[in-house]
Design a protein around this ligand. Structure first.
Ligand code: COA
Length: 160
């Protein structure tokens, strides 16, 4: 019988693991157009990078990243678990590891953008869509992202 796979969250990615990340990105509507060169630049510029790694193989099966000033605001981006590993607690492991990160403990507002079907997922950790009179505004280089219907995956915002 195969051993039960073990997973851990690591900070940062090796070169080989960047290929795994590109595989994860290829499967999601808001990341599927990302190129290796742009992803390398993005990883370098992201403040915190989290990879869920299968311990035995080193394969990346989950990912998220955070942009933050470590005081006032942090933005969680690109939360993805590989389809074949979903519904086993890895998304929870990822979010809880992010929220426990020492660099985020003083941050006043931890923010994210998500589709309606993920609101209940993030509510488990106290995220709320009640943000007073505030609303999201964007200045977009990609006109598809501002399509008026806005709720189809192909037209929805890129920051899930
Ligand atoms: C969203 C996502 C990261 C969740 O990862 P996952 O590994 O399947 O989640 P988990 O198994 O850790 O789920 C943890 C808990 O959240 C619940 N949950 C998972 N997805 C949920 C959803 N969409 N809505 C409400 N609850 C959800 C699970 O039932 C589980 O509850 P439990 O602990 O009481 O059993 C994953 O579905 C994914 O990668 N989706 C595609 C990419 C995407 O759209 N990401 C969201 C960007 S905002």
């Amino acid at each position: 019988m195969d051993p039960v796979p073990r997973f851990e969250v690591r900070r940062g990615l090796t070169t080989a693991q960047v290929d795994d990340l590109l595989g994860l990105y290829a499967g999601e509507w808001w990341t599927k157009d990302r190129t290796p060169a742009d992803v390398e630049r993005m990883l370098d510029a992201s403040d915190l990078v989290f990879a869920v790694v299968e311990c035995s193989s080193g394969a990346v099966v989950g990912f998220a990243r955070v942009l933050t000033d470590r005081v006032y605001v942090a933005l969680i981006l690109d939360v993805i678990v590989a389809p074949e590993h979903r519904a086993r607690g890895l998304g929870r492991l990822l979010v809880e590891t992010i929220l426990e990160d020492s660099g985020l403990q003083a941050v006043r507002s931890i923010e994210l953008v998500c589709q309606p079907e993920h609101v209940a997922f993030y509510e488990q950790w106290g995220f709320s869509a009640c943000v007073g009179r505030s609303g999201l505004m964007r200045r977009m280089a990609d006109p598809r992202l501002g399509a008026p219907t806005g709720h189809e995956p192909s037209a929805a915002p890129p920051h899930d």
